[in-house]
Design a protein around this ligand. Sequence first.
Ligand code: CAA
Length: 389
Amino acid sequence: MDIGIDAIGLFTPHWYVDLVDLAHARGDEPAKYTIGIGQDQMTVTPATQDVVTLAANAANQLPADSLDERLGMVIVGSESGVDESKAAAISVVKLLHLNPWVRAFDIKEACYGGTAGLLAARDFVAAHPDKTALVIASDIARYGLASGGEVTQGAGAVALVVSAQPKLLVLHDDALAYTEDIPDFFRPTGMTVPVVDGHYSTSAYLDFVGKVFARHQSQHHDQYGDYAALLFHLPFTKMGKKALAALAPAMNDADHQRLTERLAAASQLSRRIGNIYTGSLYLSLVSLICEDKTIRSGDRIGLFSYGSGAVGEFFSGTLQPDFANRIDQAGIQQMLSARVRLNVLEYEQVFTAQLPLGDADATVPVEESTARFSVGGRANHARWYRDQQ
Ligand code: CAA
């Protein structure tokens, strides 16, 4: 039985900073950001968005026929949640008025949480082929003003519907994971920004790429020629280039050229939205589908997921005949072109004006935006949300 991704929804907030502006403000060469790191713009998260609203807004972009009474499981993968106990997935069920006869829970393992959710959903559907699952990777990547990671911030969510006979991507039973305890990036309870050793995290990521690809190839006898595209977790788009370069010595020229071109297409949305942690691998799948008009139904796509701490996993899937219609491509272009550019001062003010952690009652002012769901505030310790429909 074929199981995989039936449809994808994407959401990102409506503000961004141009990274040339940020480079000037930080006294860096713009080319360091746009070429050296490979990012052009960075999403700025308004106080009206958190991982719950990002997740609900992403699921709201799914094709109307993709969520029905077959839904049996709702998973949110996130590393920037707003509650130490209650799952964001429960709030998503409420906001979207989903069928309540579901399992709803969150998964945390840095940027790998979305992939853990997707593969758990695949196993769930294999055991219950009449059911579907909704998996949402939702995050706000926040490193701090003028920090080393600042230029790699971003925010957004990707919603994936997993079903039997999927219309977008059949997932093969070839997932291979590697886990090793390393201190490259982590966020102790109570901290609002991570502890990160950026250069160490980059080399750890590449070490995992090498290990996982070598073992996958020895176990599954796959070759680079089998893949129309290789997609990578993109904390910043240069990371994908580094990963492909690490694998390139074993590729022939034709494979290298094809995979390089497709990676460039798969990086376009990340260049504009930034790192969305758990969702960024799936953002690159959306980007490939929106930006590359040469991929075809039947093409095999390889996906490498990395979550600091760390877990790396590689798996693959095959595009299905209706894949291009299972993402609202026009809606994504509209959402991006409606974004408003902030100057660096405005970005810094927004950055420090998030609903603070803690439990004091607060109201977040209503804001004009493209988002259906937004944070209203906090009352009796609990966040409450607005639905603008
Ligand atoms: N023109 C062109 N290129 C330039 C340049 C210029 N004027 N100036 C510098 N560069 C290049 C450098 O040569 C370098 O390229 P290489 O990496 O290919 O050598 C690149 O720009 C970056 O320069 P630096 O290494 O000096 O930059 P930095 O010290 O400011 O750190 C960073 C960059 C490590 C990515 C930092 O932004 C960071 O810590 N980011 C957050 C951590 C992260 O994303 N880690 C990724 C792996 S972990 C993961 O994947 C999980 C996750 O999502 C966090």
